[in-house]
Design a protein around this ligand. Structure first.
Ligand code: RP5
Length: 170
């Protein structure tokens, strides 16, 4: 059984959703990824959301763009956490998606990440699962440590060679 459901409104969202999947894979978390449009396939969407708990999902990551109702409607039906990813859009720069997803009415929360924030959605799902999984928590701590070391190495390199050579070396 997959621990996380990843759902997107269109295959045009896939590059962003893949970043969430990459993080889950790196941390050894099982997921099921699918495309369902809440607007274009309302019946299929309701079936997905109503059966998500029985499928074993503990978290749903839902990404959508424009009038982005997919995450909010998942949260209306699925009783566990829903993370929403607003997609960047050409006409309104993703503000349309962001406002649609983040401005949920009281009582139906969606944990909204940044526009195109696929990686953070994956990490947030992992952190939610880690509240009851100490091995996963250890992996997340190691992930944070590695991130800090990467920045530290960049600062050391800057100290050693100066910013001009640093920029040329990139
Ligand atoms: C939304 O409409 C999707 O999530 C996508 O971000 C946006 C555009 O969809 P396509 O027209 O590219 O299929 O439902």
């Amino acid at each position: 059984m997959a621990q996380v459901g990843i759902v997107m409104g269109s295959d045009s969202d896939m590059a962003v959703m893949a970043k969430a999947a990459d993080i889950l894979e790196e941390l050894g978390i099982t997921y099921e990824m699918t495309i369902i449009s809440a607007h274009r396939q309302p019946d299929k969407f309701f079936e997905y959301a109503k059966t998500a708990e029985d499928k074993g999902f503990k978290v749903i990551i839902a990404g959508a763009g424009m009038a982005a109702h997919l995450p909010g409607m998942c949260a209306a039906i699925f009783p566990m956490p829903v993370i929403g990813i607003p997609m960047h859009t050409t006409s309104l720069g993703g503000r349309d998606s962001l406002y649609s997803i983040v401005q949920m009415p009281s009582g139906i929360p969606v944990a909204t990440v940044a526009i195109n924030g696929g990686a953070n959605a994956g990490l947030l799902a992992a952190k939610i699962l880690a509240t009851s999984d100490s091995a996963l928590l250890d992996k997340l701590k190691a992930y944070s440590k590695k991130q800090a070391e990467t920045v530290e190495a960049k600062a050391d390199k800057l100290d050693k060679i100066g910013y001009k050579e640093y920029l040329n070396s990139k």
